[in-house]
Ligand binder design. Structure first.
Ligand code: NAP
Length: 252
């Protein structure tokens, strides 16, 4: 129960990695604001837990008023905020040459501006206890690009630098900031990356798994366990760290 008495806000908590992070925090005693675009998904997660332990808040993290509302709901419901997990994001394929300005802006909003806006909104509360933690979910593509994922890779590289800037500026305020860089993880984010319906996607992911030295793609829970370490007191002297959780793909 590493998070007993603590309150966390997880963006993109309705599916995939974010849901696994929220569930793991709840299992370890935290109360959690589940923030994301689709209320039904957030409520489905909330319904599995006592009502006083979760709050579902619909919104887009890149919209300042909506991000601020998620932080306000944490204070109203739990009276505090100790942990912010900037997990929400979306994948956009496309080369530099073929990416429209609109798609570029959307990818930066979803993967970089959102975490910036939500972090800015949460910092005053995270500083209050002088033991605040921000964990950003970046990507191995933020460290090393692949072809046809330009806007996503650039946004995730920016998120890694946002992590370091936050860590540097907030260390004396008692707030740590760290990032995880997952390799390919089995979540709905890949649903449109292959043709042939669910079977086509499964075959695509299996092929991607073989590119990882451990021979398979990751599970959301395997990312969540690293996020919980970075959010917990077990990592009290760790800030500005960027940790790959990737079955070895970044060294392949
Ligand atoms: N899966 C992978 O292979 C992988 C690898 C590396 C990094 N990541 C990163 O891991 C994070 C979680 O992704 P996932 O794989 O778990 O995908 P996912 O299941 O699609 O989850 C993404 C979540 O983010 C939410 N979201 C997207 N844009 C948002 C916005 N503008 N405002 C608020 N919420 C927003 C989505 O909400 P709705 O469902 O309501 O749209 C969804 O709940 C992302 O940042 C992703 O880039 C994933």
């Amino acid at each position: 129960m590493r998070f007993a008495g603590k309150a966390a806000l997880v963006s993109g908590a309705g599916s995939g990695i974010g849901r696994a992070i929220a569930e793991a925090l709840l299992e370890e005693g935290a109360r959690v604001v589940l923030f994301g675009r689709t209320l039904e998904k957030l409520e489905a997660v909330a319904s599995r837990h006592p009502p006083d332990r979760t709050v579902a808040v619909q919104g887009r993290h890149e919209v300042p008023e909506e991000a601020a509302r998620a932080v306000e709901r944490a204070l109203e419901a739990f009276g505090r905020l100790d942990v912010l997990v900037n997990n929400a994001g979306s994948f956009l394929g496309g080369t530099v040459g073929e990416t429209s300005l609109e798609a570029w802006s959307e990818s930066l909003a979803a993967n970089l501006t959102g975490p910036f806006v939500l972090t800015r909104a949460a910092l005053p509360q995270l500083r209050r206890e002088r033991r605040g933690a921000v964990v950003n979910v970046a990507s191995t593509l933020g460290l090393k690009p692949i072809a046809r994922a330009a806007a996503y890779s650039v946004a995730k590289a920016g998120l890694i630098m946002l992590t370091r800037a936050t860590a540097l500026e907030e260390a004396r305020n008692g707030v740590r900031a760290n990032a995880v860089c997952p390799g390919v993880v089995d979540t709905p984010i890949h649903a449109r990356r292959a043709s042939g319906g669910p079977e086509g996607v499964a075959a695509f992911l299996e092929a991607l798994g073989k590119q990882h030295p451990v021979g398979r793609i990751g599970k959301p829970e395997e990312v969540a366990s690293a996020v919980l370490f970075l959010a917990s007191e077990a990592s009290a002297w760790t800030t500005g760290a960027v940790i790959t959780i990737d079955g070895g793909i970044s060294i392949a």
